[in-house]
Ligand binder design. Structure first.
Ligand code: G3P
Ligand code: CA
Length: 308
């Protein structure tokens, strides 16, 4: 039976503010097979880990008077965003900020870590993974996502070459490397396909689309839970694509009603049961904010199915 991979989504973002070195380190400690940084660009062309270019929601930037005048609105990939944007900040300025919990209502325990951690660069994350692998004799891999690549290309801050160069510099250059590169943007993936044989993952949220076309440039699909039906998984497999599913979160708010425990939306429900439902459909991997739960559920499932 193949081993399903557990991907630490934004690190162990259920337990630490997302996209901080401490979040990634905890994911590795909990046994994640891969850690997932989302990548955006600074004004001076450095890849850093944030879920979106706007950083008001995940840092203390809004409280810093020296940056008050940087606040603005802009349309990015069809969405109107208001706040502070990474492309208006140099890396030195980004490093003067501190990370904050994105979901303080749902994850109040994480708020205790607010303002303790920096926004990491992609390079710092690669260095962390290398160090943890050395120290633990591990093989944890890296699963970066290019965020809004067209937006950054228009700003003369293209991500594709930089991501690949950075990966190559840290030993991820051959097809067998412990890496997957993901994007929602097919053009971004096709561009990278022309530059690398590393595994590429087409992210999909609302529909599977033409899987045979996707298989021309990608090795896997990273799909939202509603798309990961047994039929959807089978169709992807038939097209030669591996299937990774996002995002598994332990809080009641993110679970189906029948798997919730108690009335509080921030309390943990039966995430293990939810993961089991998807493992039964034959998926190849899943993203979770709670890697410890993901790993023990995956291992228990494998044990059960060996015993059967
Ligand atoms: O990359 C997989 C999943 O993370 C996609 O959604 O919005 O959390 O980056 P998002
Ligand atoms: Ca992501």
């Amino acid at each position: 039976m193949h081993r399903v991979i557990v991907i630490g989504h934004r690190g162990a973002s259920g337990e630490r503010p997302e996209h901080t070195l401490e979040s990634y380190r905890l994911a590795i400690e909990e046994g994640a097979d891969f850690v997932e940084p989302d990548l955006v660009m600074t004004k001076d062309g450095v890849l850093i880990a944030r879920h979106e270019p706007e950083i008001g929601g995940t840092t203390n930037v809004a409280e810093l008077p020296q940056f008050a005048s940087r606040r603005r609105s802009q349309l990015i990939d069809g969405e109107q965003m208001d706040g502070w944007f990474t492309e208006d900040f140099t890396l030195a300025e980004i490093k003067s900020l501190r990370a904050r919990e994105r979901l303080p209502q749902i994850r109040p325990a994480n708020v205790a870590y607010d303002d303790q951690f920096e926004v990491p660069t992609f390079e710092e994350i690669l260095q962390l993974v290398a160090k943890e692998n050395r120290d633990r004799r591990g093989t944890v891999g890296i699963y970066p996502e290019t965020k809004h690549p067209e937006h950054f290309r228009q700003l003369a801050l293209p991500q594709e070459g930089l991501v690949l160069q950075m990966l190559a510099r840290h030993g991820y250059a051959e097809p067998g490397s412990r890496v997957f590169i993901q994007s929602f943007d097919p053009a971004n993936l096709r561009m990278m396909r022309a530059m690398t044989r590393l595994p590429l993952v087409q992210l999909l949220e609302h529909e599977l689309g033409d899987l045979n076309v996707i298989a021309e440039y990608a090795d896997a699909i990273g799909i939202s839970k509603p798309l990961a039906t047994a039929e959807g998984v089978r169709a992807a497999r038939a097209a030669g694509l591996a299937v990774h599913v996002w995002t598994f979160r332990a809080e009641n708010k993110f679970l189906p009603a029948e798997l919730r425990i108690g009335p509080s939306m921030s309390a943990h429900g039966k995430l293990e049961e939810e993961i089991d439902r998807y493992l039964a459909r034959g998926i190849d991997g899943f993203f979770t904010d709670h890697p410890a739960i993901g790993v023990h559920t995956r291992d228990a499932w494998a044990q059960k199915n060996i015993d059967m």
